[in-house]
Design a protein around this ligand. Structure first.
Ligand code: TMP
Length: 253
């Protein structure tokens, strides 16, 4: 197949020109990074699992009427998506205190929150993706008040869907991050869920044992990350057709 033109390379994914105008091919890499890329590794098979899991969640969302950028999975590591204009914000929804919120507020991880909390970080690695108030978002023109209202509504629908799906397989959705893009249809603009939804961008805890099944396994050196993601995929019945191939030939005596 002819080499596609690379449009953008991120930490965990690469975007290539798609086959039709207005489409892109999203390639899932095995690279894992944390703490603003200070910690990094290659986790064999992670990209394959995240491609499948993101397909599963995005397809489910579209079935309940939540618009996403996802069009179809192409192969084990690639999916066809709509090209959208990404709003430069990470939209974070929290059901339980954890991570940066637990630290900032001096709360014990796992404390239930009185209601889901939606917060925004400005996407800028050089600044460490700082938490920003809505005032900044409007004043700096990243989104309008109407966009913000729509983003919160979208994020809460994703939260209800993801919480239910995870609850069905014995997993607690502690928090997650999504990115939202603008799709233009003439003068009309629609906000859609973009990027990916995977254990890279969620906190997922086993309901019974509290075992972490998300990227905190990598961030906090808690075990094998690919095993944790494979467990999420297994419970959801989302397994790759073929197991990831070993990267090196194996010597047979
Ligand atoms: P935090 O507790 O570190 O702020 O993260 C909250 C949730 O958002 C957690 O599920 C991880 C996810 N997240 C990302 O996926 N990417 C990011 O850059 C950040 C800041 C958070």
């Amino acid at each position: 197949m002819a080499r596609r033109k690379k449009i953008y390379e991120g930490k965990a994914k690469t975007l290539f020109e798609g086959p039709e105008p207005g489409t892109l091919v999203q390639y899932f890499k095995d690279d894992a990074t944390a703490y603003n890329a200070e910690k990094r590794d290659v986790i064999e098979g992670k990209g394959v699992l995240n491609n499948r899991l993101s397909e599963y969640f995005m397809t489910g969302l579209s079935h309940i009427g939540v618009p996403t950028h996802f069009l179809k999975r192409i192969n084990m590591r690639e999916q066809l998506i709509r090209a959208v204009e990404i709003i430069p914000l990470e939209v974070i929804v929290r059901n339980y205190a954890a991570g940066s919120m637990a630290k900032r507020m001096g709360m014990e991880e796992g404390t239930p929150l009185p209601r889901p909390i939606v917060e925004f970080s400005y996407k800028d690695d050089s600044l460490g993706d700082p938490l920003v108030p809505e005032e900044y978002i409007i004043a700096f023109g990243w989104a309008s008040q109407q966009d913000l209202d729509d983003m919160v509504a979208l994020a809460l629908r994703v939260n209800d869907f993801m919480s239910g799906v995870m609850y069905g397989v014995g997993i607690k959705l502690v928090d997650f991050k999504i990115e939202i893009g603008r799709l233009y249809d003439g003068d009309y603009q629609r906000l859609v869920v973009a990027d990916e939804i995977s254990p890279d961008s969620c906190r997922l805890w086993d309901i019974e044992s509290g075992q972490k099944l998300d990227k905190d396994v990598f961030r906090r050196d808690l075990g094998d990350l690919a095993d944790a993601y494979a467990e999420v995929a297994r419970r959801l019945g989302v397994m790759p057709n073929t197991a990831p191939q070993p990267s090196k030939p194996t010597l047979i005596n």
